[in-house]
Write a protein that binds this ligand. Sequence first.
Ligand SMILES: Cc1cc2nc3c(=O)[nH]c(=O)nc-3n(C[C@H](O)[C@H](O)[C@H](O)COP(=O)(O)OP(=O)(O)OC[C@H]3O[C@@H](n4cnc5c(N)ncnc54)[C@H](O)[C@@H]3O)c2cc1C
Length: 462
Amino acid sequence: MTLVQPPFSDSSKRPDTGLMAKVAIVGRGFTGLMTAIALLKGFDRPFHLVMFDPQPKIEGGEVVSQTASTVLNSRVRDLSVDPKTPDDFRQWLETENAWRDRLDPDAVSVEHAFVPGETFSAYVYQRFSQALRDRTDVVVQVCPESVTAVDRHPRSGLSVFYGEQERARFDAVFLATGYGLREKLDEPSSPSAVRNAAVVGGGVYAVDKALRLLAAGEASHVTLISASGFLPQSHARAGVGHVLSDQPLPRTLRGAFRFLREAANTANAEGSGWQGIMNGFRLRAGDLWQGLTPEERRRFKRHVKAIYDSHRNRLPPEHYQRLHAAIESGAITLRKARVERIVNNGVLLSVPAGLEVLPADRTIDCRFRPTDIDVPLFRSVFRAGLARRDEVDIGILVDRHGRAMASPDRFQGLFAMGPLGLGSLPDIDLVPEIVVQSHAAASAIGAWIDERAETRDVRNSG
Ligand SMILES: Cc1cc2nc3c(=O)[nH]c(=O)nc-3n(C[C@H](O)[C@H](O)[C@H](O)COP(=O)(O)OP(=O)(O)OC[C@H]3O[C@@H](n4cnc5c(N)ncnc54)[C@H](O)[C@@H]3O)c2cc1C
């Protein structure tokens, strides 16, 4: 293992790495780190990996969440980074005393427990370090720069442009830029308690933030502003797995969701809970999505996504109960409204009657920030014909290996991983799906490097 620290140099000029495949990963969030782990474990030839990200840290606490203490809403049993060992995270927790001691003592069992982001981040980072130690034939460089463009290299492969107009050549590039360059959170380190706080967002992160403000005495009342009016549903107390119906799933959006509603109602009436049905439905969502027309996909984005998300991204049961107790006691007020602007003394809301100012002593924006597809980096790959937008315009068109396709069967070494592929692959923003995709990508890159070598040999001999 060699972990080379900056300053970054183009290793293709170095004799010791001259024969190595050169691979770039752009972004060192969970997707970037997971892709690196999968390459270290599954790409079975020497390679030189450069990981770009202006974020200075590559260690625990920041991998999956900007707020390390946020409780993840996936159970321990669903967070293994090794698809061959599904209970790897549980095993790690049971051998790491320091982290095991922080587990919720009321959890049904370790595998059904929910843990804070920092626990999961420590696990991912440790698995990354181990995978790196096991590879003496790999050089890893960390480059603290943001990547501004990717283009075809004049000779072969891809050019990555970064920093102040610097450029390096790679055989393959993995874009793992998730939700974009992170802004520094401007949360005060020891905030003074306020009477009224507003939390913008209706997802698990917003709910978590609202509950933490109340629990820490930082606010006596919180208004939770959800654009759709939906809030996350609850996980079942113990994991319910995937309940799969043997009936075929209807192939239209309307039909599929009617099917889901009926199956969930039946499960609820029988007392087994709708969560298992939803989990089973998600396993089949990829095939359903592939069969939908572009118009149906747009309709999903406009009308169904908010309610679908509130059922797939669920709260740990204990959080769900605290949320509803706080709503009943009046400590949390839910508002359905679109936020026009966050102003000094509150939030400017758009409601059916017009505009309204909601006064707040402190406002925290926890909205899900979708991938911005109009940044220079993505524009460069579309312009170079290395990739194209998906039909619903929320990301890059990819296959299940994360391969970006400018046209069918025209892969040119560019991968777009994790949330960047949300318009092509449902749920690819979640840890289990990112894990599977990273390992699939690691197997695809070997075939790609071989194909390029064969093309080069034919050209040289001809
Ligand atoms: C609070 C929170 C809790 C979550 N809980 C769960 C959970 O319980 N279960 C689950 O399955 N999922 C969960 N998720 C979702 C899942 O973890 C995310 O979808 C996943 O973390 C996305 O990671 P990412 O690396 O793709 O994106 P990001 O985390 O956004 O990271 C992207 C990185 O790329 C860098 N970058 C961006 N642009 C450039 C550029 N041009 N050049 C170089 N670097 C760049 C950024 O600086 C950043 O470090 C959670 C997410 C959050 C935020």
